[in-house]
Design a protein around this ligand. Structure first.
Ligand code: AMP
Ligand code: MG
Length: 560
């Protein structure tokens, strides 16, 4: 039985999540403490979602209530029998839905289960209108299943709130793939002189407005030439031979390509006219001294590293990496080194995630495989929450042994969504949970909350949901400026037929040559088919309202 005194907690101190299966309890005791006071509880039970629950008005056991005495007791007794009958029916119904933890056919056993742990509190927590201290009406889980865009937007909103780590200084090449923490400024104008972009002849454009024109060659300027040896000006009908990357001399305002010239002694015939400015990049046109070349928050790619090099930066300030804990769940999952039994499979998700995490600038931390057992799962989650981000795979679907949401609920996690209308990856979960680690100094010390994603266990679902949801959060944590998710388009090679209602991201092959690229689905056995995904180089994005896309139509694709 439940202990006579049960600690009730108010909504704001409880997590907002609940899970669909194990929310089954019997009666609560007739008294309980809430906010340090003892209260009478008339009647209370929970059941699985979808069952609307009667319940409970909390009565404060004030002295006036006590004085009501026997009259009240008689009244309660009369209704108790009535409610018990009602309770038995609800509990019976709930048994049909409940998880293995409360598998039982009699209310009595269920009540015993209730005494084991306060599994019901998360579900109580979200439905406490202020007018009632305790009132339950369990909504179906689907209320937390968002459209793809809605779920993505929510992640982006949370991502915009996180702060990056502190900065560290690294060698220029080590900075590739990292996120810039301090802007890079131009140490001088770029280019530092008017630069010829062609091999040819530096001219005054007026001298070649009519062609052919014959000019006198008064010298040659090569790239890197000492400034003192460069002619100080060009006179009428004069020119200098000039090389790509060399400074254009004063007086010249265009460069004619060598292809449009023929040299005879010190005379050159120009056969094509040039407009002022042609083939010259003016001094400072690319960047002016002191201006910002690379902004904070940029993921440093080849071009950014090149630009930093051109500004003389042999070291760069980048944000420290973030650690991302990976927990994979499932009794059937074994380590990669193991020889699996017939019904076991090797862990692959931890590895695909580790690769994706690295590519997004994080440091993966693979934790041991969690069995489908709440105690061990909980201790691994507690460990994982010490990282900057926690990714779980598996255990978030509707199966009896999918315990991730339940355990997180028991840890009073906040859930922002518990599903997205996508395929693969529908059961994806996003939330935040206090981790036990602290932030701030003594005066502002508070328990840090760590974001987590519960990614569905099917390997393709894990990969896709990381890309769609976990990646933007990780990018924000490593300091990257947010960027919109963009899809490119390609022509569909063979028609697609699907059931509408979900936005689909299906493995596909983009092939063809040059502008003739086309895309088609990879035949696959569903979201467990890693081999099909290895053959794929992109995902076709199918809008939720389409059931047929004919060959030849342009479809959105997400590269992988
Ligand atoms: P679940 O989301 O736990 O219901 O798992 C869905 C499917 O994904 C099941 O077939 C699991 O065996 C499989 N699965 C779960 N975790 C992994 C993993 N780490 N590596 C490979 N497959 C997995
Ligand atoms: Mg599982």
């Amino acid at each position: 039985m439940l202990p006579p005194e049960t600690q009730l907690r108010r909504r704001d101190t409880l997590g907002t999540g609940f899970r669909p299966h194990t929310l089954l309890l019997g009666q609560f005791p007739s008294s309980a403490t809430m906010d340090g006071k003892t209260h009478g509880i008339r009647w209370c039970w929970t059941a699985s979602p979808g069952l609307r629950l009667g319940l409970v008005k909390r009565l404060r056991l004030s002295s006036s209530l006590r004085r009501e005495g026997k009259k009240r007791e008689r009244h309660k007794q009369r209704h108790r029998e009535e409610r018990q009958a009602n309770s038995a029916r609800i509990v019976h119904d709930a048994v049909q839905h409940c998880s293995h933890r409360t598998r039982s056919s009699t209310p009595a056993t269920i009540i015993e289960h209730a005494s084991e742990e306060s599994v019901c509190w998360p579900v109580l927590s979200r439905f406490l209108p202020d007018s009632y201290d305790l009132f339950m009406s369990v909504a179906p889980l689907s209320s937390n299943v968002l459209s793809f865009e809605g779920a993505r937007r929510l992640v982006e909103e949370h991502a915009s709130l996180v702060k990056p780590n502190e900065a560290e200084s690294v060698d220029l090449l080590q900075a590739a793939g990292r996120v810039l923490a301090n802007p890079v400024l131009a140490d001088r104008d770029i280019p530092p002189f008017p630069r010829s972009t062609r091999d040819g002849f530096a001219v005054r454009s007026v001298d070649v407005s009519k062609v052919p024109a014959t000019l006198q060659v008064i010298g040659e300027i090569k790239a890197g030439q000492e400034p003192e040896t460069i002619p100080s000006s060009l006179g009428d009908k004069q020119t200098v031979s000039i090389m790509t990357g060399a400074p254009v001399p004063p007086g010249a305002d265009a460069v004619v390509m060598v292809e449009y010239s023929s040299l005879r002694g010190d005379q050159v015939e120009i056969t094509r006219s040039a407009k002022a400015g042609e083939n010259i990049v003016p001094r400072g046109a690319e960047a002016q001294e002191g201006s910002r070349l690379i902004s904070r928050g940029m993921n440093l790619n080849d071009a950014a590293i090149a630009l930093a090099a051109s500004a003389g930066k042999s070291r760069l300030q980048v944000y420290r990496r973030r650690t991302v804990a990976i927990i994979t769940t499932g009794d059937e999952i074994v380590d990669v080194e193991s020889t699996p039994g017939l019904t076991q499979i090797r862990n692959s998700n931890s590895y695909s995630l580790a690769v994706q995490i690295r590519a997004a600038g994080g440091e993966p931390r693979i934790l041991p495989i969690a069995p489908d057992e709440p105690q061990r799962l909980r201790s691994l989650i507690e460990e994982g929450l010490k990282s900057d981000l926690l990714l779980l795979t598996g255990g978030v679907s509707m199966g009896r042994y999918d315990l991730v949401e339940q355990v997180l609920s028991e840890m009073h996690a906040e859930f922002f969504f518990t599903g997205a209308k996508i395929q693969p990856g529908r059961p994806v979960v996003f939330g935040r949970c206090r981790s036990g680690k602290t932030t701030g100094d003594d005066s502002t010390r508070e328990q840090a909350a760590t974001y987590f994603f519960g990614l569905p266990g099917n390997p393709v679902s894990t990969m896709v949901t990381f890309e769609l949801f976990a990646r933007p959060m990780l990018e924000a944590l490593v300091g990257m400026e947010p960027r919109a998710l963009m899809f490119v388009h390609a022509r569909l090679r063979s028609e697609i037929r699907v059931k509408p209602g979900l936005k689909r991201f299906l493995p596909a092959i983009l092939s063809g040559k040059f502008e003739q690229s086309q895309v088609e689905l990879v035949p696959w056995q569903g979201s467990g088919d890693i081999a099909a995904t290895v053959r794929a180089n992109c995902y076709i994005v199918i809008p939720e309202d389409r059931d047929h896309i004919p060959a030849g139509e342009f479809v959105a694709i997400m590269m992988r």
